[in-house]
Design a protein around this ligand. Sequence first.
Ligand code: PLP
Length: 422
Amino acid sequence: MNWNVMRMKSSSVNYKDEYTGCYFKVFGEPQLVLKHLRGSIAIDVDDNEYIDLLGGIAVNTLGGAHAELADAIAKQARSVIHTSNFFTTTSQIELAKKLISIAEFPAGSRAFLTNSGTESLECALKIVKKYANIVSRPRILTLTNSFHGRTLGALSLTYKNKYRAPFMPLVPNVEFIEAGNVHELESVFSTKSCSEKGEVAALFMEVIQGEAGVVELPADFVLRARQLTREHGALLVVDEVQTGVGRTGSWFAFQNTGTQPDVVTVAKGLAGGFPIGAVIATDQAAEILEPGDHGTTFGGNPLAASAALKVLEVVEHDNLLERARRIYQIVADHYGKTGRKMRGKGALIAVEVQNERSSNVAKLALQFKSAGEEKCKRSVIVNAVNSSWIRIAPALNIDHELLEEGLIRLDVALKEAENEQD
Ligand code: PLP
């Protein structure tokens, strides 16, 4: 399929060449040039419509062009966009308090606002590194198949060798233990490191590993991780960048596990697409960072904080935690009928694809409209989270009929891709 012919019909500009001529080559070729996102309908420059089942990869919590969110951002932009860290604003204070409250962290807990997921992980890692130095325990644990971000600290905690190899050496003393393997977890805590320097300073984990293909850690592993870190005086950091802010049907995924982490990292859906991240920490973990230990120019500035506050208000007011759980039910009912495997929680779902065809599924799903199929009004946006699983992470307020229509469209793409000959 020719990208230019497909997407540039009504446009004299060759956006593909423009993009590839001016932008770093770190992402694949863009699939579409989008001009609007209205709720869960995306519209490209040629006015083709797509049912958005991906929500900007679990970011657009309220969908596109949400009137209240747009108004909150515009209102804040008209009063104050930025202040510097010599000052604060009520929105920053309110947001920090709200995050501590929805995460059900104990009294005395604190929050710090960042610009992104990877920056939240950098902040958490600085807490951990400083703690490791204070208590003379160099070992930092993270899990196989984890994804924690792309900046050098966060990358040190990220599993995929393809992402890490060109940038070695990364932060030292990070060890990967097998996700879900309780025995390995226990043995790491019971042995000393080869340098004989002793015990573990911290364990990082996603309770649902998003980039690994929406894989939930077994409940006994999560509980044992909390027990062992507590017994050994190690910090437990839970990365909720992808799962947080209602995505899995509770404010945070760890709240379904019966565990209370010391530090939680947040980003993606927090401000519904406006860049922001956050770190929530118990009093003991937060106070490890002292004045001068960390900082950020833009993190949690008034514009971002106001956007996040509005998102949290709408999630609460519109019962979007409940709606996230309903999204799972609708998808489960759909695939229950067709017998296709799926997994996940709330509105973070992976759907199995046969014959390792998931990237073809994602491409075909986008192209149906142009493939000349009569009945098809709209194509569908999903992504191939790995070769055998498609990720669905729509806006939490997606219209249920639209979701069902999207799933029907996706079925056509699934069948076609799985039946393709090599
Ligand atoms: N942590 C998790 C669990 C993520 O899923 C991601 C992004 O996908 C990150 C961290 C990095 O976030 P960002 O892309 O905002 O830097």
